[in-house]
Design a protein around this ligand. Sequence first.
Ligand SMILES: [Zn+2]
Length: 61
Amino acid sequence: MKAFKSKFCPNCGSANIKWVNPQMWSIWQCGDCGYSGAVILEDGKMAEEIKKKYNDANKEK
Ligand SMILES: [Zn+2]
């Protein structure tokens, strides 16, 4: 078990997610898919599933 919580993009499941700016701490931006918003995933299992789906969707394009 991991000791600290990770945060993930709800769109692509990437952990490459940051605050847009420190004054707007509730808005996150994903460095991989460009998602930005207040919704963030803290469930690693769910992030894995999203990542899989996202990768599959990208393959089909
Ligand atoms: Zn993303």
